[in-house]
Design a protein. Sequence first.
Length: 434
Amino acid sequence: MPDLSRHAKPGSPAAQAQLHSPADRLAETEGLAEAIDLTVARGLIVPLSAPKPATLFGSGKVEELGQLVTEENAELVIIDHTVSPVQQRNLEMAWKAKVLDRTGLILEIFGRRARTREGRLQVELAHLSYQKGRLVRAWTHLERQRGGRGFLGGPGEAQLELDRRLLQDRIDAIRKELTGVVRTRELHRAGRRKVPYPIVAIVGYTNAGKSTLFNRVTAASVVAKDQVFATLDPTMREVKLKSGRRIILSDTVGFISDLPTMLVAAFRATLEEVIEADLILHVRDISHAETDAQAKDVETVLHGLGIDIVPADNHILEVWNKVDLLSAFTREEATASARWEERHPALVSAATGEGMEALLDAIDHRLGKTDEILSLKVPANEGRLINWLHENADVMETQADEDSGAISFRVRVASEKKQRLLGQLKKAGVEADA
């Protein structure tokens, strides 16, 4: 991978990427390649004095790398950087091997991982948009002229223009299909609003343990592998908290440094679940050496989605995962740091289950800021109402009247359920006191 840290402009994607060390970026890129079953023969960090418009690298470095490609008999060269269409064409001609940049590699992984119809459409849209801008790198057959369909024949249409038009036609068709899918998703979302259950969305850097955490909380069987982008399509499950509050927990696609803009745009419909969420769980691998840089990458994507990440408020709850991998000393430091952090992160191990009860309590507390506490006296024969209270509210105190048998309740009820409770009380002829 090229080291371009000296040429990165502040605030640019390149500058954002340089929050990570070159060695970590190289390891991450090798992980991306292995995620689609590629065998990495050699990984190199290549310093650059200045990027060359024609080949990215200088002529001497192109020749040196070409010798390595020949020695390793490599069929594919991955460059962890944006490579222009002209640079890609020239490097492929020089090395006699396929060249793939970071965006192209991530698109290949997304193409492998997408399972649902929506996911596959989103990946195809992103891939076609990427290819459309790269038709210039195609070989000389694109310079041919195809005969016109008019009576006089004429020079016709350049093959390059025809291919570009065919790509655009397919892009338009996919966008039309996705419009229907997004409409269906919005109907589902509107249905959930009527329930209504709070939405808690899990986000985080890829491989931070989001799916493992999701499985631990929901007892689901979502794919959870030590692999980048193991899951792409969102998964949702209902979870009941100790207070009786029911929430919908949503697992989303993992983020990564320098995530291609076209992928963020393509997966925007999926990420709408994050935008609409009542609470966002930002899962961090606290054992990773680059955990702070990874957190910055996630926050950049959230900011791009229009989610306000500053100042810290009740909308985002940081979850410091994988505490079981910390040394005793580092763990003490993390625990002390969490006490003083503005966002009051929850320390957990999704793999072992440590800290999960405290995390669920923290979620309950964040969502319960608008809860109301009510006192009511329920006749003993109102079994249905008593059952409803235990199922849908946090029963804080109960006391039975020895003479009448009526039960006095003190309950905490979520604001979104208050009207339903009042309806139940009206049916039973019971009055509530705040």
